[in-house]
Design a protein around this ligand. Structure first.
Ligand code: NAP
Ligand code: MN
Length: 266
């Protein structure tokens, strides 16, 4: 089996990566950064997000597992003290796989620039970088509302504990193949009206954000900004992706337990 390790870059994470790599090589696994069957990240959720994007072109062949060297993460849910145990499990294989839904985002431009497709593990956001963002929100081809405000966030179930949560969105279990749209400071008065609550869309319900004003926008996918050229974004289309992310599971750590230990009490 082929593996790779990815570190957050601090000395603790780097050292742990080195130890894990040596142990797995001794266990006759092959180190392969190009075509890994398993990617072990050491750092935090951000480290796993980066690894996800590095290998998003081969999700069917790659499984992820995360160790956290800081606080408990949602993707990085192993502590460094368990690394030895984790390594033994990986060498022994086969392991169980759990799959989580992803968000597909297609950005289309007005000036004929080719559209661009992205996958998000957490979310995609659109914000105006000057004044209010005004856009039509279409659901399944029908206009739903005209949004006016700071921006919108479209999150995956496993991303619902990230930015989405800060926007008052619900926490969704990753077994629900869905995406959640939440608002950032919508303007609501006699003239402008939006739903005001987060909404959850099932598979095959496409949400299309159609920009109505000519402000320059900032579009994010997880931790990175999408390069936007010439202020010419026309639409942003979001839906549940066909692809899924695969996590290697070596012991049960139910989602609600992770939510409790992260936000309520460990
Ligand atoms: P960051 O600034 O380090 O991330 C912010 C925090 O979100 C970190 O504590 C990170 O954990 C945590 N996080 C990431 N994914 C999560 C998840 N699925 N559930 C719960 N917490 C999660 O930047 P980053 O590490 O590159 O992460 C990018 C993410 O930051 C974005 O995808 C977005 O969700 C989030 N973000 C949140 C806000 C907000 O809440 N207002 C604003 C901007 C971005 P680690 O420390 O373990 O990395
Ligand atoms: Mn981070």
């Amino acid at each position: 089996m082929k593996f790779t390790v990815a570190s957050r870059g601090d000395s603790l994470s780097n050292d742990l990566c080195k130890t894990i790599k040596e142990r797995l090589l001794k266990g006759d696994l092959i180190y392969d950064e190009e075509h890994p069957d398993i990617v072990i990240t050491v750092g935090g959720d951000g480290t796993l997000l980066e690894a996800f994007h590095l290998y998003s072109h081969r999700l069917e062949e790659t499984a992820f597992v995360g160790i956290h060297t800081g606080h408990l993460g949602f993707y990085a849910d192993w502590v460094p003290e368990e690394a030895e145990n984790l390594v033994t499990h990986i060498i022994k294989t086969p392991y169980q796989i759990v799959e989580y839904p992803l968000l597909e985002v297609v950005i289309r431009y007005r000036n004929g620039r080719p559209s661009k497709r992205h996958l998000a593990l957490n979310e995609s956001t659109i914000k105006s970088s000057e004044g209010s963002l005004v856009c039509n929100v279409e659901i399944k081809g029908e206009t739903f509302e005209t949004f006016r405000g700071d921006g919108l966030c479209m999150s995956t179930p496993s991303g619902s504990t990230a930015y989405n949560k800060a926007l008052g969105g619900a926490i969704l279990h990753p077994s629900l193949a869905s995406i959640q749209l939440s608002e950032m400071a919508s303007i609501n008065n006699r003239i402008y009206r939006t739903l005001g609550s987060p909404l959850v869309l099932p598979q095959h319900h496409t949400c299309l954000l159609k920009l109505l004003n000519n402000v320059s926008v900032q579009v994010t996918i997880d931790h990175f900004n999408v390069p936007i050229f010439d202020e010419n974004v026309d639409t942003i289309q979001c839906r549940v992706a066909e692809e899924k992310v695969r996590f290697a599971r070596f012991r049960p750590f139910p989602f609600w337990k992770r939510v409790k230990e992260s936000f309520i009490s460990g």
